[in-house]
Design a protein around this ligand. Structure first.
Ligand code: SF4
Ligand code: SF4
Length: 66
């Protein structure tokens, strides 16, 4: 099963995930949070590893359809 990553609460819009994502799957919504495009995410985990707010979590694609 393929895993993807999602942004939950706590995002401070620091943009670190945006810069480290190799597939440009992340966009930043001003005054909201970072948003991950599930279709572009390859599940590498770089964003979660670099998020100091621990705002990014891994989810299983099967149980989380967009
Ligand atoms: S690295 Fe974390 S806190 Fe920073 S923009 Fe991404 S999700 Fe938000
Ligand atoms: S897991 Fe990798 S590909 Fe997916 S959003 Fe994070 S950095 Fe990008």
């Amino acid at each position: 099963m393929r895993s993807i990553y999602r942004v939950r609460g706590g995002c401070t819009l620091c943009a670190m995930c945006y810069y480290v994502c190799p597939t440009k799957a992340i966009s930043l919504k001003p005054n909201v949070t970072a948003v991950i495009d599930a279709e572009k995410c390859i599940g590498c985990g770089q964003c979660a590893d670099n998020c100091q707010a621990e705002a990014i979590v891994r989810v299983e694609r099967k149980t989380d359809i967009h």
